[in-house]
Ligand binder design. Structure first.
Ligand SMILES: [Zn+2]
Length: 72
């Protein structure tokens, strides 16, 4: 499934969103509802969600990488 990670530019919240079609412009922060979000190119993040979550969404604690290509 096309799950992407987004980061809110306002509060720094990192969250995942299932993208269906072209609804990227409708994505809002899950925490503060801001539309100032940027897409993080980490579509495989959900594979190692547990360790990925606790590290500000940038580096996986399991594989020490940003894309988890060798993780999970
Ligand atoms: Zn936010």
């Amino acid at each position: 499934m096309p799950i992407y990670e987004f980061k809110c530019k306002d509060c720094g919240e990192v969250f995942e969103e299932l993208i269906l079609g072209n609804n990227e412009e409708d994505i809002v922060c899950h925490k503060c509802r801001s539309k100032e979000v940027e897409k993080l190119m980490s579509t495989v993040a959900f594979k190692c969600e547990g360790s990925f979550r606790g590290s500000k969404g940038s580096v996986c604690a399991s594989c020490k990488g940003g894309n988890c290509s060798s993780c999970g």
